[in-house]
Design a protein around this ligand. Sequence first.
Ligand code: NDP
Length: 320
Amino acid sequence: MIAAQVKRPGGPAAIEIVETPDPVPGQGELLVSVSVAGVNYVDTYYRSGLYLRQPPFGLGTEGVGTVVVGAGEFQVGDRVAWCEAPNSYAELVTVPADRAVRVPAGLTDELAVGALLQGMTAHCLVDSTFPVAGGDVVLVHAAAGGVGLLLTQLASARGARVIGTVSTDEKAALAREAGAAEVIRYDRPGSLAAEVLALTEGEGVHVVYDGVGATTFDLSLASLRRRGTLVLFGTASGPVPPVDPQRLRLGGSLYLTRPTLYDHIVTRAELEHHAEAVFDAVTAGELKIRVGHEYPLAQARQAHEDLQGRRTTGKLLLRI
Ligand code: NDP
């Protein structure tokens, strides 16, 4: 089969398209013919070596496809989606049956991949990490990104006032369309925190959802109101250096958390709960998935360049 592989971690050029033996499913695993693989920021962390895997390794963790060898509750021909199967940028992948979810008939492959990993992440962040309530003021960084557009929609649907940050006018328009009441161009000179304080009568926001990391972390802390919560859920601009807990006291008894999706979908019941919530919302038209960019598998390198070059909006897909 054809797959995208990394032999030596590095920049996007580290991605090679190779011919490799078909994977063989183990006990309790499905073999799936992949239709569409999801590109997620975490794939760049593995590719670059920020997150460690033993090379050579295949990229990707997310996709939709058709079962060719069944296991557990799944039969040959079933359409399934997953977000925790390494080597998903490939024609075939093995997926533990208890980590696969059925794709509802009303959802296309593209919408299912657009919804699963990023949608469940956004759902956990607004539902569990910091349960957003009506009247909350919420700051969402990279609000036109994959997770950002979904967070913006989910938080505004709960009655929150969302302030989004973006780097272009096109992204600002998308964030507004998703429900952001205000949008700040954080690429321009000026203090983001001062702008947030000006928009909130000097109070600051109840919660910041920060998937950008290195370049935004300090400004995120400074944008919080007393007892506000900083949800650091990613590091698109680079990792955040160690933090002195005294900064939380000085900022006004602040809370800091660094959640991952995977701690929220540990059991089968948790995975099904979050996947169903997201798939149902998409099917009902309550949550809009924007597939911003599609690439053939052979252009996986380009997909990573565009994602890290801040040239993308919404979800990126690889068509296998
Ligand atoms: P996005 O589509 O949001 O792409 C990243 C965006 O970050 C860019 O489009 C850009 O938006 C912004 N950005 C700001 N500074 C930089 C920079 N220096 N380099 C690159 N991008 C920058 O990606 P995803 O939706 O896939 O992921 C968003 C974040 O969520 C990532 O940090 C990811 O790791 C995290 N994540 C965490 C999960 C978890 O379980 N904790 C699960 C899923 C995702 P702009 O141009 O507007 O600044």
